[in-house]
Design a protein around this ligand. Structure first.
Ligand code: SF4
Ligand code: SF4
Length: 302
């Protein structure tokens, strides 16, 4: 039995693979994508988030915080993140749900029991479990253990991944995963580095490696207007994806700003407030480009 760190489990999800699924979100990611809609997934350590609009400034949380990480200032509750150890004592004492700790350590045994609850729905719908993030490959031992445990119980498995990991570590994941959904953020390695904090060489190499070994691979492309949707970048994506053997298709993900409030609650700055989410026509036009290039579009339950 091993332990991993997750930050959420969503039941009855429909867009993270075929059928009805449970999606488990791992915490911690080696990338730092500027458009990330789940900033609570990025750091590996547990962290406190403050929902300022729920805070009545009663001060109860300050009294229970032994490292003295909280204080009340004229504009509200202030957290010293250097001092906070995410113990959660303040969360327990707050009566207005203004505080939340992101991150929970869980054993494979406990996680499996949560996943198994909905097995009848997976079986009826052709669904299963999807491990997402954060980056699942950053907790390799835990990932392989829970994949194996699910397979043993007859539960279909999928992962969503940036593919940023050592290539030699991928084989056991490939062996126990029924569907791999792999992201490409940008084809230009220098821009990739600027936008995500890492270059794309290892990622493209690993996608190729997986495609050569695995018959159920979907390449997922987040479309961020003005950032990675130029004709040149899309043409390069098409060339690269077309060169891969055995892929199921391409999934296009529209940029959105639904996670923007979470940045504020975690005391972080959102770097792309000026980027407008694309409309339906934009997405349909992009789908046609990939379709016309002979690449099937995959839309899970859509
Ligand atoms: S206990 Fe809750 S409502 Fe009171 S100051 Fe702390 S966060 Fe605000
Ligand atoms: S999580 Fe713990 S350390 Fe952090 S502010 Fe709350 S009580 Fe203090």
């Amino acid at each position: 039995m091993s332990y991993g760190r997750i930050y959420n489990i969503e039941r009855f999800t429909l867009h993270d693979g075929p059928g009805i699924r449970t999606t488990v979100f791992f915490k911690g990611c080696p990338l730092y994508c500027q458009w990330c809609s789940n900033p609570e997934s990025q750091l590996a350590h547990k962290e406190l988030s403050i929902i300022a609009e729920n805070c009545t400034k009663c001060g109860r949380c300050i009294d229970v915080c032994t490292p003295h990480a909280l204080s009340l200032e004229s504009d509200g509750l202030v957290l010293d993140r250097e001092r906070c150890n995410a113990c959660g004592a303040c969360v327990e004492t707050c009566r207005t749900e203004a505080l939340e700790v992101w991150g929970k350590d869980i054993s494979t045994e406990e996680l499996l029991s949560k996943i198994e609850r909905d097995k009848p729905f997976y079986d009826k719908s052709g669904g299963g479990v999807t491990f997402s993030g954060g980056e699942v490959l950053a907790q390799m031992e835990f990932l392989v253990d829970i994949l194996q445990a699910c397979k043993k119980e007859g539960i279909a498995t999928a992962i969503q991944t940036s593919c940023y990991a050592a290539t030699q570590s991928l084989d056991p994941v490939i062996e126990h995963t029924d569907l791999i959904i792999a992201d490409i953020k940008h084809m230009d390695s220098i821009l990739h580095q600027r936008l995500t904090g890492v270059n794309n060489e290892r990622i493209l190499h690993n996608i190729k490696y997986i495609a050569e070994k695995h018959s159920a691979l979907v390449v997922q492309l987040p479309l961020i207007p003005g950032i990675n949707d130029t004709e040149e970048n899309i043409a390069q994506e098409i060339r690269f994806i077309s060169s891969l053997p055995h892929i199921l298709g391409v999934s296009l993900i529209a940029y959105h700003q639904l996670g923007i409030q979470k940045y504020k609650r975690l005391g972080r700055e959102y770097l792309l407030p000026h980027v407008q989410p694309p409309d339906k026509e934009y997405m349909e036009a992009k789908k046609r480009v990939f379709h016309n290039a002979g690449l099937p579009i995959v839309a899970f339950n859509g």
